[in-house]
Structures are given as C-alpha cells and as structure tokens.
Design a protein around this ligand. Structure first.
Ligand code: HEM
Length: 273
C-alpha cells in the first residue's frame, strides 16, 4: 500500500471506512433550504438516483466499447444490461419512499425548488441519448457544458444502433436507411429489424446469445417504463394539473415522454420471452 494512499487520513497508510467511501463529502452534500425532513428526503432520493444514473451511464459506455471490438462478448453485454435492469428496481422502489410524504409536506418546500427540475439532469438526458431517445427539444434545458456533451453524443450511434449494425446486420438483411441513419434523430420502427428479431426469437436454439440479448433489452425497457409510470403517479399526486418546476405541462409532458420506445421492434415480441 503506497504511503500516499488517498483514502488514508494519516501517514500510517491505514484505509479507513469513512475515508475510503468519502463519507465526509457524501453526508454533508444534503443542503435543504428549509429545516423540513421532507425536503431532506426529496434531495436524498434525487441524489441517490443521480449516483445510480451516473453508474448506469458508465455501464452503457462499457457496453458500447464492447460492441466496438470484433470479439465482443454478447454474454458480457447481457450481464451489464441485466445489472442496469436490477438498478432500476432500486430506483423504482425509491418512489415508494418519496411517496410517504403527504401533499402538505411536499407543498411546504416546493417553492424552494425554484425552476430546478429533473428535466435538467445531465445524467438522465445522457442515459436517454445513449439508448437512442434524442429529441432536440430536450437540449433547451441544458447549460453550455452539458449541451456540448449531449450534442457530441447525438452524433454517435446509440447502443441499439450498434447492436443492429454490429450484431444483426452481418447475419440478417437490414435496410440501408437504418444502417446509414441520422443519429441525431430518433430511431423509427423498421420492418427489416423487426424481421431479424423475429427470426432470432423463433429460433432460440440457433441464435441463443442474440435471443438473450433481445430478452435483456425488453426487460430493461419494461423497467424504464415502470420507473416513468411511478414518476407520473407521484407527479399526479403532488402537482395534479400544474406546470412542473421546469415549466413544462407537468404530468402531460411526463406521459408523452413515457410513450417513447427505445427498442420498438423488440417490444412487439414480448410474448416470446
Ligand atoms: C414530488 C416529486 C416530483 C414531482 C411532482 C415531479 C414532477 C416532474 C415534472 C412535472 C417533470 C417535467 C419537467 C418539469 O416541468 O419540471 C419532471 C421531470 C423529471 N423529473 Fe420529476 N418530479 C418529482 C420527483 C422526482 C424525483 C424524485 C426524481 C428522481 C429520482 C425526478 C426525476 C425527474 C427527471 C429525470 C425528469 C426529466 C424527465 C424527462 O425529461 O423525461 N423527479 N418531474
């Protein structure tokens, strides 16, 4: 162990739990503007989600790098996707904790949020961009640094694009308009991609790994929809028909966002898994 170990508070190089986990930073990063427990909880739920989202994005970057190499391991990719799906279970159950606040408790600190809104979350937007949900409209909530990052990502293929290009197109006939598409736009459902997945799902023995990959993507999208649905329920409870703090139409905006499908061809094949 080097003497300069960053986790050690003294020179005897002992790694201590508090230092290793940087607890002094994490446990002092909750700064409610009121002394109300509800606001503390509200901040905490968001922070935990940011930590998980940051990790999820790192996992997606790993998957993209794996897809870039010719010897990519489909099994390894499936494992990472399944891990992300499991993290979504945590994010989904966090809504139940937040839901323990009653309306009056939420209202008591809502004004403290000003125009701060989850819509400004870079991690969340990056997550959606990496999976392929790219809407120019979403960029208007970003600052210059965030914008640069998101615009750069928008010029690159999404994870789903890469799966189609690198894993499906060498085996199945995929339309050139899908392969050469403009990555800044959303991926639209395509018949050649649907047919490829259908062949895979109907011939599980022949395409075992690809079947597992398709299945893991379906399970992930289902969890994302569940997370979004719980968010809508929460928003209905606390703000009803009011606008969001980010100035959108509130619940209607969230419903419209939930309507987007990342893997539209696969979601039609749910009955096969
Ligand atoms: C009382 C609780 C909450 C309410 C009423 C609420 C409401 C809303 C509304 C209305 C929007 C649309 C944008 C806007 O106009 O502000 C939004 C966006 C968003 N919120 Fe919440 N929210 C709540 C809690 C949370 C929590 C706890 C999280 C994270 C764990 C979160 C994450 C997000 C994200 C990521 C977006 C962007 C969604 C997208 O663009 O698709 N929200 N929220």
């Amino acid at each position: 162990m080097p003497k300069t170990c960053p986790f050690s508070s003294n020179n005897n190089s002992e790694v201590r739990y508090n230092n290793y986990l940087q607890l002094d930073k994490i446990l002092t990063a909750q700064r409610p503007l009121s002394n109300l427990d509800g606001e503390y909880l509200f901040i905490l739920v968001h922070q935990v989600k940011e930590l998980w989202m940051d990790f999820i994005n790192k996992e997606i970057f790993f998957i993209k790098r794996e897809l870039d190499i010719s010897t990519s391991s489909i099994k390894g990719i499936c494992e990472r996707i399944s891990r992300i799906t499991l993290i979504f279970n945590q994010l989904i159950s966090a809504w139940d904790v937040l839901n323990t606040l009653d309306l009056a408790q939420y209202k008591s600190f809502r004004d403290n949020l000003g125009n701060a809104s989850g819509i400004q979350s870079l991690n969340f937007r990056l997550f959606e961009f990496l999976l392929g949900n790219r809407d120019k409209e979403d960029l208007k909530y970003s600052n210059d640094i965030e914008l640069e990052k998101l615009e750069e990502e928008a010029t690159k293929p999404s994870v789903y694009d890469e799966i189609i290009q690198k894993l499906l197109s060498p085996i199945f006939s995929i339309d050139s308009e899908v392969i050469d598409r403009d990555y800044c736009k959303k991926h639209n459902k395509n018949l050649s991609v649907s047919n490829a997945w259908k062949s895979i799902f109907e011939n599980k023995d022949k395409y075992g790994d690809l079947f597992l990959l398709g299945k893991s993507l379906i399970l992930l999208e289902e969890k994302i929809i569940m997370w979004k649905s719980k968010h809508i329920e929460i928003a209905k409870k606390y703000i009803e028909k009011q606008k969001g703090t980010g100035e959108t139409e509130g619940v209607e905006y969230l419903k419209q966002k939930r309507g987007y499908s990342f893997f539209p061809e696969l979601m039609k094949l749910k009955a096969f898994i």
